[in-house]
Write a protein that binds this ligand. Sequence first.
Ligand SMILES: O=c1ccn([C@@H]2O[C@H](COP(=O)(O)O)[C@@H](O)[C@H]2O)c(=O)[nH]1
Length: 238
Amino acid sequence: MTAASKNVSPRERVIVALDLPSVKDAQVLVKQLGDSISFYKIGYQLGYAGGLDFARELIADGKQIFFDLKLHDIGNTVNKGVESIVKTGATFLTVHAYPQTMKAALDASRGSPLKILAVTILTSYNDGDVTDAGYVGNARQQVERKSLQACELGIDGIVCSAEESAMLRPLIGNDRLLVTPGIRPAGADIGDQKRIMTPAAAIKAGSDYLVVGRPITGVADPKASADAIVREVAQATS
Ligand SMILES: O=c1ccn([C@@H]2O[C@H](COP(=O)(O)O)[C@@H](O)[C@H]2O)c(=O)[nH]1
């Protein structure tokens, strides 16, 4: 956990991934979760189904929004895209951790409250997947290399697995955020994730924010699951 997030409550540290097919489904879930959750992530599925406008509604209702759009394009395109995202009032936006991309995003967000997060190596990748993607070295080494590059450019935060949080914290310092998907409460279905940690272990390893999707959205009682995860985070931070 960083100085940058020291005043963040356990509830705000749990970001629910709204990976749902429609705004209607998302509205139902957000209502079910009520005050248990205050931070939502919108990615491809909902984003391409009206989620960008829905984000504005959530922000107007006092929720925080993480746009997980994983931008990667020529600098000018990324820069203009980020300018549009700044106007929504979102809190976080992801870009892939490529230097031109990160620089363009940071230039566009400068002076705004939007924080740019660099996606290093996806949590669904193991070492074999990293090799298949054409990288030299293993997942951990690539996460380290990309994170250092991102920090040199002045990135606001890193997206990685919580498995790398303890290794990264001393390297990236206390002012940058570690945002970690691939969170699985003990006994939860792992799905396609490969580099995972429990909520408590992730917080203890130094993660600032935990991204949780299916362990909340895919269970019979999402609110009970969310409350249990927030409790686990609270215990781990106390
Ligand atoms: O490396 C990454 C980057 C982003 N994600 C996103 O987080 C959620 C995780 O959902 P679960 O259902 O809890 O697996 C999902 O929206 C991904 O797109 C990630 O998993 N890993």
